[in-house]
Structures are given as C-alpha cells and as structure tokens.
Design a protein around this ligand. Structure first.
Ligand SMILES: [Zn+2]
Length: 422
C-alpha cells in the first residue's frame, strides 16, 4: 500500500545536500556530533511547517505541490537549519566602538571605565532612550543577524538597571519581534551589574530586582527568562541564587552568565536552581563541569566574546562534551565586545579555537541552542513537524566557517524567503 501524498506549499529542491541534527534534544557526548546528511535533498513545508525531508526521488513520489507553491532552487548548495542565537544583548542605545579602538591601542577596561566608558556609558544612553529609539537603533542589528542566517534569537535587557528602563528594553525587544523576521525570546537581566547609585548598598539593589523588577516583568508578560551576571565583583553565587529563585517564583525560567572571568561558582548555582543554561564558562573547572552534568544544564559558549575581549583562552568545549554536557553556541552581541552578529563566526571559533568538529558546532548553533531556549520542539532541526526555518549555504557545510566568504545565500523563516544575498 502506498502512503498518501503529502501536500506542500513550499519546496526547496536540487540541494547538493541537506545536513541537520535529528532526534531528541539536547545532543550530548557523542550525540553532539550526530547529524543526518541527505545527498540531493529536498525540504517541503505546508503552512510554515516542515512536512517532508528526504531525497529528491522520494519527494517526486510523495510530495504534491499546491497550486502557486513556492519552489526554491538550491543547486550547488547545502541546506542547514536556521541558526538559533541563545545569548544576545542586541537592544541598547549609544555606541562604544570608540572604546574598541582604545582597547586595541592598549587601554585596559579599568582605564576606559575610569573615563566614563564601559557598561556605565551604555546604561546612561539606554536610560535616556525612548522605546522607539531603542527599537530604531536595534533593528539594524537584527537585520545583520538575519543576513548571517539567524532565524531565532534571545534578547536580554540589562542596560537599564532600574525598573522602568529594564521594562522599556523588554518592550522594545518584544516590539522588534513583530517588525522583522527573526523570532525573538526575551530575558530579564536586571542583575547585569550593580548600578553606580546602589554600589554603597548592593543588598538594596538585589531587593529591587527580586521584589520589583521581576514581579513587574512577569506581570506584563515581558520576559520568559531571568538571567544574572554571576562573577567575582559583580553578583555573588548567593545573590545570583536568590534572584534566580525569585524569578522562578514568578514563572521566569533561569539561565545565567557563569565563570566567564574566573571560576566564580556560577555553574554550581546553575545546577542548584535547575537553570536551563550556563553561559560563557571560559574558566569553568572540573567541579563546575560535574555540576553542569549533574544538573542537566546546557553549556552555552560565546567564543566571539572571548575573542573580542582578548581573554587569551576559550571555554573548555572538549571537556564539557566529554563529560556529557550539551554544548550550545551564541554570538553575545553587545556594545562592549560582542562585535559579530554571525553564528557562522561563532562556529568557526568553536572549530578553530575550541577544537569542536564542524558537526558538533552545527548542532551547537541549532538544536542545542534551541534546547537552551526551551524551543527544541519547534526549531533547531529540519524534521517534519518543526518550523521551516533554514539557511541555504553556497557550497558545502565547511564553507560556513570560511569567515567573510559570504556563504549564506538564502534565509527562510516559516517557509518564507526572508533574506536572499545579491
Ligand atoms: Zn551576556
């Protein structure tokens, strides 16, 4: 008995190959490298969802196109899932590229901060910006991300550090979700830094985050996640845990910045509170790795941040994978050091700086990134039932990590072409 035809209103044909993670998320250990490769692959979708992934000959037998269906020719190309960027600070006002020039000329972060630069200057500009200005200044960043193949991203607040501005940043991020093709998930990062006016009484600021910011963000439905910058000199493990638990009480899921500049106990906090993701981990130690494994926490690595901050080292991706911790990748777009909107650049650094394989990096930038945002049921792989979010790569998978070569030819979101390189 032959199976009934599959109706489709979108089909991508003639691809050299389709390469995608498949199966349950997250992928950990040896599974981190598991991808399915289909030569001469076809992807078909109906009403924005994938209905078929397979070979061209199988598609000819089974897929029946609706009249007026979109047909996309991918001759000579490789098809991968749309990238999921699970850690960005893409909403902010002002510009700190001048600081980059100074840092390259030898200025330290402390010297820049002493002259009013650093995060303090972004906080000042962001507090002064209207929601509309935040949207206007941030939309071009999302356009750049889209051109690099990102179809879903997370955006954090964190440059207001007061209730009003944090909420305004989240509203701006939500607003942008409807103004461009990238699907946006929002995170309250009210505890990004202790604002200057609270440095004499940090407990008071922690109370404001827990008792005012978190309830207000939850009440307005502005954030799905709660994040804290857990680092020596910023928020202690105890403060981080208190804030994340307050978030959980209000229905905000936990993720955090952990062990970026030192082994500060962030990984252990992540495990204790049941965070979905611990991010950065440049200095995570063996105890931290064991905690992440035991707590089933995703290690979201941001090698572009380590690169642009000239940290001189990257997170120990191989140790994390060997321990069975699922690894995801993110761009960390931010005004101070997150200068690349490109997930393929993060993949290149993962391969050449952290010794990950190309397949591991692809899984990290798609399925595991989707898992870290609790979205793996909808995005992150090319499988029937998921959203038809994909990237058409000129050439082979390896062309993605040829930084600057412009390998991203076409970007598709929910079966619509949302970017086509000229
Ligand atoms: Zn960050």
């Amino acid at each position: 008995m032959s199976s009934p035809p599959i109706a489709a209103d979108f089909v991508l044909t003639n691809a050299r190959r389709v390469v995608t993670p498949s199966g349950p998320a997250p992928a950990r250990g040896a599974e981190q490298a598991h991808v399915v490769t289909i030569d001469e692959g076809t992807v078909a979708a109906h009403h924005g969802r994938i209905v078929f992934v397979g070979t061209a000959s199988e598609a000819r037998q089974r897929v029946q196109l609706d009249p007026g269906a979109t047909e996309l020719d991918a001759t000579g190309c490789t098809i991968v899932p749309g990238f999921v960027d699970p850690h960005t600070h893409a909403v902010y006002a002002g510009d700190r590229r001048d600081e980059l020039r100074r840092r390259l000329a030898g200025a330290t972060y402390a010297e820049i901060a002493a002259t009013g630069g650093g995060i303090v200057s972004t906080v000042k500009e962001t507090r002064a910006a209207s929601e509309q200005r935040l949207v206007d200044e941030s939309l071009p960043r999302l356009r750049e991300m889209l051109r690099c193949g990102t179809t879903t991203c997370e955006i954090k607040s964190g440059y207001g550090l007061d209730v009003e501005t944090e909420l305004r940043m989240l509203r701006a991020a939500r607003h942008m979700a409807g103004r461009q093709p990238i699907e946006v998930v929002t995170t309250l990062l009210g505890a990004h830094e202790i604002p200057i006016e609270w440095r004499h009484e940090r407990d008071g600021f922690v109370r404001i985050v827990c008792d005012e910011m978190i309830p207000a963000a939850a009440r307005e439905g502005l954030a799905e996640w709660c994040d804290v910058f857990c680092e020596t000199g910023v928020f202690t493990p105890g403060e981080t845990e208190a804030i994340l638990r307050a978030g959980l009480r209000h229905g905000l899921k936990a993720r955090l910045h952990a062990d970026e500049l030192g082994a500060s106990g962030g990984s252990q906090v992540a495990a204790r509170v049941g965070a979905r993701s611990a991010d950065h981990l440049v200095h995570v130690d063996a105890d931290g790795i064991a905690a992440l494994r035991a707590g089933d926490v995703t290690a979201t690595l941001l090698p572009a941040a380590a690169f642009y901050l000239k940290l001189g080292r990257f997170a120990p991706a191989r140790d994390l994978i060997a321990a069975g911790v699922p690894v995801a990748l993110a761009s960390d777009i931010n005004p101070g050091g997150g200068f690349s909107p490109s997930m393929p650049f993060a993949m290149a650094l993962a391969c050449f700086g952290m010794k990950m394989t190309l397949e591991e990096a692809l899984v990290a930038a798609t399925l595991n990134a989707a898992w870290s945002l609790d979205m793996a049921d909808r995005v992150g792989s090319l499988e029937a039932g998921k959203q038809c979010d994909l990237v058409v790569v000129n050439g082979d998978l390896v062309d993605l990590v040829r930084v600057g070569a412009g390998a991203v030819r076409t970007v598709v979101k929910r079966a619509e072409v949302v970017h086509a390189a000229r």
